[in-house]
Design a protein. Structure first.
Length: 93
């Protein structure tokens, strides 16, 4: 019993947060909420980066076609449609 008491006395204080999930409040250690927030931020950053690269690629295609003299409004409209499909597929829209 002395060992158990000593171990309990050596425990650190843990800060907690109340998080609402649906209609329920859940008490969880603050570090768990911090990890969830970081995960959301990372997903948002990845989406933004993907969107940037998709839009850059489409813009480069359009600019290259214009410079080559082969771009017309129908071609540009089709590229924009493809960009929208890619964004939707990647979950960016």
């Amino acid at each position: 019993m002395a060992n158990a008491t000593r171990e309990i006395n050596e425990l650190e204080t843990i800060s907690v947060e109340s998080v609402t999930v649906g209609k329920s409040n859940i008490i969880m250690p603050a570090w768990m909420q911090d990890e969830e927030d970081e995960e959301k931020e990372t997903k948002t950053e990845i989406k933004n980066l993907a969107k940037f690269y998709v839009m850059s690629a489409i813009t480069n295609d359009i600019e290259s076609s214009i410079e080559a003299g082969g771009a017309n409004m129908d071609m540009i409209a089709e590229m924009e449609k493809q960009a929208a499909r890619v964004e939707k597929f990647l979950g960016l829209k």
